[in-house]
Write a protein that binds this ligand. Structure first.
Ligand SMILES: NC(=O)c1ccc[n+]([C@@H]2O[C@H](COP(=O)([O-])OP(=O)(O)OC[C@H]3O[C@@H](n4cnc5c(N)ncnc54)[C@H](O)[C@@H]3O)[C@@H](O)[C@H]2O)c1
Length: 263
């Protein structure tokens, strides 16, 4: 089969959470560049407007929707409305996430210093937000007996990782196992559920701290490739997991980390 068919997402309908920036924007870009209709969602309304205009400017078909993944009713309403509007829902990227703020070597990052307020906020965004997004996607995909749910976990969900904080590590491990659990249940319905586990990508996460070259340099050291990744480097895996090429992949948590988890 030609690559153009294997990776064909033309006219598919796709939802991405956290699509205004970083990895979510890259996911939206690659889906739109390959002919999908992309519902770009984010809590950051001005950022979303600008990001959607950029994708549209490159010829993509996008529908921006302001959505806070900490609002379960809004997630259900958004995804149900997309399915009703288009009569199909092919892929959902449950991607929105935030950092823990302080990692374990920083002031405020030690186990006994982690505030419960931050713990709750990270759990509500990175775990409950992903869980509810998966629920809303499954409600549509189970009935249509087809679909792809793609969750953004992290290599910090696969092992201890000194450059992240406790609530972040906990949520990323939790979503990796949610993916495995949902894959078991949804496989008979033709719904594939997988996770991407990125290493360090140069995005806006952690209040843009990674954009400081000294921080990026320090974080690059976790990977044998010895650099941080450009968000564009997520695109191949994102397209693979949304396309026919991954028809036998489900319940997988796939690192994309410059070799960090090989260490
Ligand atoms: N950048 C990395 O190195 C890295 C590594 C592993 C995993 N990840 C994961 O990738 C995902 C995307 O992060 P990123 O690195 O692109 O960061 P980013 O900050 O560039 O993008 C995250 C986007 O999510 C949005 N967002 C935050 N809270 C939200 C909410 N409540 N509802 C809806 N949208 C919300 C933000 O406005 C932003 O546009 C996250 O789940 C993150 O944990 C990132």
């Amino acid at each position: 089969m030609k690559a153009s068919m294997l990776f064909n997402v033309q006219d598919q309908v796709c939802v991405v959470t956290g699509a205004a920036s970083g990895l979510g924007l890259a996911m939206a870009e690659v889906m739109a560049a390959n002919g999908a209709i992309v519902v770009m969602t984010d809590i950051d309304a001005p950022g979303l407007r600008a990001a959607a205009a950029g994708v549209q400017g490159s010829g993509g078909r996008v529908e921006p929707v302001v959505l806070d993944v900490c609002d379960p009713a809004a997630i259900h309403a958004t995804i149900a409305a997309v399915a009703a509007r288009h009569g199909r829902l092919d892929s959902v990227f449950a991607n929105a996430g935030i950092s823990a703020g302080a990692h374990i070597g920083m002031p405020g990052g030690a186990l006994e210093a982690v505030s419960l307020e931050r713990w709750d906020k990270v759990l509500s965004t990175n775990l409950t937000g992903v869980f509810v997004t998966m629920q809303a996607a499954a409600a549509v995909m189970r009935l249509q007996r087809r679909g792809r749910i793609i969750v953004t976990s992290s290599i910090a969900g696969l092992r201890g990782e000194a450059i992240v904080g406790y609530p972040y590590a906990a949520t990323k491990a939790a979503v990796a196992n949610l993916v495995r659990q949902a894959a078991l249940e949804l496989a008979p319905f033709g719904v594939m559920v997988n996770a991407i586990a990125p290493g360090v990508f140069l995005t806006g996460i952690a209040d843009g701290r990674l954009k400081d070259p000294a921080v990026a340099r320090e974080f690059a050291r976790i990977a044998p490739i010895d650099r941080v990744a450009d968000p564009d480097e997520i695109k191949g895996l994102a397209l693979l997991l949304a396309s026919p090429a991954s028809s036998f992949i489900t319940g997988a948590v796939i690192p994309i980390d410059g070799g960090a988890t090989a260490c």
